[in-house]
Structure formats: C-alpha cells, structure tokens
Design a protein around this ligand. Structure first.
Ligand SMILES: [Zn+2]
Ligand SMILES: [Zn+2]
Length: 246
C-alpha cells in the first residue's frame, strides 16, 4: 500500500490592532474622522444618524484587493450593519511608498490621500493598503482611528496565494473583517460586552480561539485546502446587535 504523506503548513498571523492616533501632525480635515478607535461603533452599526456607509479603499501599486474580497466585505457588513441607503466600496490606486509602515506613517498617508469623509447621512471609512511591511512580517493590519484601517499589502501577498499557503482572498478577507470588527467596537472597545468574553491579555480581542476577533489567525493549509475565513462568534454578534447592529 502506498504511504500517504500529509503536508500541513502552519502559520500564525497576528493582528496589531488597538492603536490610536490623534496627534496634531496627522489631524484630518474632517473632525468626525479624527476620533479614537471604537468611537463610531454605534454610528456604523445603527441607522439612527447614518443610513449609508461609504468605504474608500486606496492601495499602493501592485496591492489592489481582489474583487472577491470586496464582495466578501460587502456581504459581511450587510449582515451586521443597518444601512438601508446601501454600503458602497470604491477602490483606487495611490502613489507607491515602499517603506516600512507605522501607525504614524499610515496616518500621514491617509491625510494626504483620503477624500471620502463623513457628511450628511453617509458615514465614511478609509482603508489603506500599503506596499511596505510592518516591522513584523507576521502583522497583517491594524485599525487606528474611528474610521481608519491599514492593511500591510506586502505582508499579505508574501503569506498567501502560493503552494501550501492560504488563498489571497481568504487572507485579505480575514484581516479586513477583523479590523472592521474593531471599528465596530469589538471587543469592549466602544461596543459594550453583553457577557464577559474579552481576552484582556491581548487587549480588545475575543477569548474564543475560533472567533474572527481572536488576536491571531492560525492558518493551516493542507492538501485538503483549509481556506475558510473565521466568523464572529455568538458573543461578538450579540454585542453588535445590542449596540444597534442587525
Ligand atoms: Zn485585533
Ligand atoms: Zn468573539
């Protein structure tokens, strides 16, 4: 009998999430968008003030998000946010940078390039996709203001899409949906917990190792192709519903 070999690639990806930036050099021209992480959770979840959600993605050359990733994010947000006016995502290219990114340099890049801001009954979220690594190549993204997210495009490309790697769409989707969870106030970051489920050792993350809001993604890629995106567990979903979500 032929001996079967099972190859399993195991990678641990970290999110680096609860970072705030409100220092003067990076002040945005729109005061609503210049608040701390988690402050817009209710505004994003409910339709009390804002009925439309506009998301502006700006990527550096070579790091455009996959079409399927945009579709996944739209479906995820339609499932939890009350936005009867619609959820719209646009994606445009900005100038290359190539440097290692920090929260400060992401905030400066946002200030220079962002054009979509909250106005009238439409709330706006900004997503920057960089062409540089974070200082740690295992860190894939962070949320850093009430409506600002940065993804390390180069880290995501390096760690996905190859033989025995997770698919690019699955990794992009996982990081985006996790970081969006933070600006939606998870965990205990502007959206109150209905029952205690915070992994306090790792900041504002969920204590369920299978939840999207766990502090890391364990990616096992075997011959069977485990490319599923983690989802929010019932504790996280209940928190969002209690704060105006669906
Ligand atoms: Zn996180
Ligand atoms: Zn959870």
């Amino acid at each position: 009998m032929k001996k079967q070999l099972l190859f399993i690639a195991y990678v641990l990806f970290l999110f680096s999430c609860k970072k705030e930036n409100n220092t003067n050099p990076e002040t945005l021209p729109n005061s609503y968008s210049d608040q701390a992480l988690g402050k817009s959770a209710n505004d994003l979840l409910s339709d009390a003030k804002y009925t439309t959600l506009n998301i502006q993605v700006q990527y550096m050359p070579g790091y455009e998000l996959e079409t399927a990733t945009i579709t996944n994010l739209t479906n995820y947000l339609n499932g939890i946010c009350n936005k009867p006016g619609g959820i719209n995502i646009t994606q445009t290219q900005i100038a290359a940078n190539g440097n290692t990114f920090t929260v400060d340099s992401a905030a400066i890049t946002e200030r220079i390039n962002r054009t979509a801001y909250t106005s009238g009954n439409a709330i706006a979220v900004y997503i920057l996709v960089t062409d540089g690594y974070d200082t740690s190549q295992a860190t894939l993204g962070f949320a850093y203001r009430n409506t600002s997210i940065c993804l390390f495009g180069k880290d995501i490309f390096t760690n996905s899409g190859g033989l025995l790697q997770v698919s690019r769409v699955a990794l992009e989707t996982s990081v985006l949906e996790h970081e969006f969870g933070h600006i939606l106030g998870l965990v205990n970051l502007g959206t109150p917990m209905q029952v205690f489920h915070q992994d306090t050792v790792h900041g504002n993350h969920c204590n369920n190792t299978h939840c999207l809001m766990y502090y890391s993604i364990d990616t096992h890629v075997g011959l069977s192709g485990m490319n599923t995106v983690p989802v929010l567990d019932s504790n996280c979903l209940n928190d969002l519903r209690a704060n105006g979500g669906k």
